[in-house]
Write a protein that binds this ligand. Structure first.
Ligand code: ATP
Ligand code: MG
Length: 326
């Protein structure tokens, strides 16, 4: 099956007080229709910047410095601003940790969701939009949706608000949904409900999902592929089943070592001693070398090129990946 989204060598710069840093560094991955890719990594590793780069919604001090974002074969980075507007919310949806950032506090739910139909599908009549709004709210399981049309975002619970944000983003049946930590702010049972909802919507529509998460159990249960980020780069990627069975990068190994002990509570990534490097003073070799139990002089001086391992389905940027995958 061909890829719905293919990100190639994506590189994003940010202007900071300590100069220009590369927040997304030569990142490549692809996502097929109906599949879910997990983006995992410690805080600051570049997951959100990768998502915002795909959507071309970077902060003012950010700039895409290179690469391609091929969506249905077209490079989103080459699109005009108007061309990009037509993609966002219509072909690619994005939900974030705090739904209040994607909801307009001044609009009731009917106008909020209706706006999407008006903008993207040209549905001018409020009366004719109403059944569509009710339908999409029902699909995200807002109880008694037709009675909630006049409610404002602040009148909903966190979980219900995230459902409204999902409704906005699936209203036009996008091919891809980017979900950047969509459940982190919610309590455990509500998290599971939102994940179950995303899965149900995916099964019904065949949309692809990029899920940013800190919860490795969620990766295991919910995702097909995983890309593990460290200091702006992907260090290992491939099918979840293979990576979890045989992690080849010491960083992934460190994350997964703690997995069997993790409970069912919301999980942050397990702690690996030490800190990721600052993007403004990166070590010359492998960025993980200062924390890596396996590191040698080679690791400390030269960045490991991608090792294509296990029949091209997975890759690991470690000089010693072959010791695991041979
Ligand atoms: N607006 C900004 N201006 C300057 N630097 C930023 C800005 N936003 C993020 N950064 C920096 O860019 C890098 C990548 O940040 P990003 O938000 O993508 O990380 P993340 O992996 O999503 O982390 P988290 O798990 O905390 O959400 C970090 O070093 C962060 O400090
Ligand atoms: Mg983030």
């Amino acid at each position: 099956m061909s890829d719905l989204l293919r990100v190639e060598n994506l590189t994003t710069w940010l202007a900071t007080e300590s100069g220009i840093v590369t927040a997304v560094d030569d990142v490549s991955f692809s996502v097929r229709a109906g599949r879910t890719l997990a983006l995992v990594g410690e805080s600051g590793s570049g997951k959100s910047m990768t998502c915002s780069s795909i959507m071309r919604l970077l902060p003012g001090n950010g700039r895409i410095a290179g690469g391609r974002v091929l969506f249905e074969g077209e490079d989103l980075l080459a699109k005009s601003p108007a061309g990009m507007e037509a993609i966002r919310g219509r072909k690619i949806g994005m939900i974030v940790q705090d739904p209040m950032t994607s909801l307009n506090p001044l609009l009731d739910v009917e106008d909020q969701v209706g706006e999407v139909f008006k903008y993207h599908l040209g549905d001018r009549s409020r009366r004719l939009r109403r059944p569509k709004v009710v339908d999409v709210l029902s699909r995200v399981h807002i109880p008694a949706a037709e009675k909630r049309l006049g409610s404002y975002p602040h009148e909903f619970s966190g979980g219900m608000r995230q459902r409204v944000a999902i409704a906005l983003n699936i209203a036009c049946a996008p091919k891809l949904l980017i979900a950047d930590e969509p459940t982190t702010a919610l309590d455990v049972t509500v998290q599971q409900q939102i994940l179950a909802l995303l899965r149900e919507l995916q099964r019904g529509t065949g949309m692809a999902i990029i899920l940013v998460t800190h919860d490795l159990h969620t990766v295991q249960r919910f995702c097909d592929e995983v890309a593990i980020m460290y200091a702006g780069r992907i260090v290992e990627q491939g099918p979840v089943s293979e990576i979890f069975a045989r992690p080849a990068h010491p960083y992934t190994q460190g994350l997964l070592r703690a997995l069997p002990q993790l409970g069912s509570q919301e999980e942050r990534l397990p702690l690996i001693p030490g800190q990721p490097p600052s993007l403004s003073s990166l070590p010359p070799g492998c960025r993980f070398a200062p924390r890596c139990p396996r590191a040698t002089d080679l690791c400390r001086t030269e960045y490991p090129d991608w090792m294509a391992t296990s029949g091209e389905t997975r890759r690991s940027a470690c000089w010693y990946a072959d010791e695991v995958l041979g």
